[in-house]
Design a protein around this ligand. Structure first.
Ligand SMILES: [Zn+2]
Length: 122
């Protein structure tokens, strides 16, 4: 399978920006539009701070999944930079991740079978 690494990279960066904007929007909502020094924090701290500030369960859940996704995106970007031959391979069984899955979730770390197994363990 031909992998369009540049396209995937663009997708990942786009998604990351989108997620950061979502966190900022949630924070703005929680602080009534006064972000103050929060706006100087880097992405990971921003998400942690947001999680501490926002107690509403629904928003906290949203932030938690954004955080996981950001970690996975950073991980995927690092792999594209330093370990590109491993990109697209499942980190558990080393098999090629399904093409459709990679298209939809370019930050996926596991193939569908392993992801399902992991889900059961959680
Ligand atoms: Zn696998």
């Amino acid at each position: 399978m031909e992998i369009d690494y540049e396209g995937i990279k663009r997708k990942l960066i786009q998604k990351k920006e989108e997620l950061v904007r979502m966190v900022e929007a949630l924070l703005l909502e929680a602080t009534n539009g006064n972000l103050g020094e929060l706006s100087t924090l880097d992405t990971n701290h921003l998400v942690d701070t947001a999680m501490n500030m926002i107690n509403k369960e629904q928003i906290a859940g949203k932030l938690e999944s954004i955080k996981v996704m950001l970690i996975n995106i950073d991980h995927a970007l690092a792999k594209l930079d330093k370990n590109v031959e491993k990109f697209g391979l499942c980190e558990l069984c080393n098999k090629q991740i399904e093409e459709q899955r990679l298209q939809a979730l370019p930050w996926a770390r596991y193939c569908m079978g392993c992801e399902r197994k992991l889900d059961k363990q959680r």
